[in-house]
Design a binder for this molecule. Structure first.
Ligand code: HEC
Length: 139
C-alpha cells in the first residue's frame, strides 16, 4: 500500500513543478512567452464571437475583421487587435447581451493580443510637480 502511495505523491509533485514555470512566467516582467496558434486558436474565437458584428458588410463602429485572417495580416493591423484586446479584457466585447465568449477564450484572446502587440508599460502620469526655481533645465 505504502509503496504505491509514494510514487503517486511524487508524481503529483512533479506535475505541480512542471506547471509552476508557466504560472510564474505570467507574473514576470518579461513579455509572456505564449504558444497560442493564431489560426487554430484565435481565429475560431473571432469567428464565433466577433465576426458577426464586425465584418466587411457589417462593420460596427468601423471595426472590421477580414474574412480570411492570417497572422501576417493581423500583425500589420496592430490597432485593430490592440483595441480588440482591450475591449475583450474590459468585458466590453462581445456585448453583454451577446456573450458568447467563455472566460477561457477571453483569457486566451487577451493573452495572445498582449503577447503579440506588447506595449511599453505606461504608468499613470502624475500631475506635474510645480517647477521650483528657474533652473538651467533647457527648453
Ligand atoms: C452583437 C454585435 C457585436 C459583437 C458580437 C461584437 N461586437 Fe464589437 N462592437 C459592437 C458595437 C455595436 C460596437 C460599437 C458600440 C460600442 O462600443 O458598444 C462595437 C465596438 C467594438 C470595438 C471598438 C470599441 C472602441 O470604442 O474603440 C472593438 C475594438 C470591438 N467592438 C471588438 C470586438 C471583438 C474583438 C469582438 C469579439 C470578441 C466583438 N467586438 C464582438 C458590436 C459587436
Amino acid at each position: 500500500m505504502r509503496k504505491t502511495f509514494v510514487p503517486l505523491v511524487s508524481l503529483v509533485i512533479a506535475a505541480t513543478i512542471g506547471v509552476l514555470p508557466i504560472l510564474t512566467s505570467a507574473q514576470s516582467t518579461e513579455p509572456p512567452k505564449v504558444k497560442i496558434d493564431f489560426e487554430k486558436e484565435i481565429v475560431p474565437i473571432v469567428k464565433a464571437s466577433c465576426l458577426g458584428c464586425h465584418n466587411k458588410d457589417n462593420a460596427k463602429h468601423n471595426v472590421m475583421f477580414p474574412d480570411k485572417m492570417t497572422l501576417e495580416d493581423a500583425k500589420k493591423n496592430a490597432r485593430l487587435w490592440s483595441r480588440s484586446g482591450r475591449e475583450v479584457k474590459n468585458k466590453q466585447m462581445p456585448p453583454r447581451d451577446h456573450a458568447t465568449l467563455s472566460d477561457k477564450d477571453r483569457t486566451k484572446f487577451v493573452t495572445w493580443v498582449e503577447a503579440t502587440f506588447p506595449r511599453p508599460a505606461r504608468p499613470p502620469v502624475p500631475p506635474a510637480p510645480p517647477t521650483t526655481g528657474g533652473g538651467t533645465g533647457g527648453n
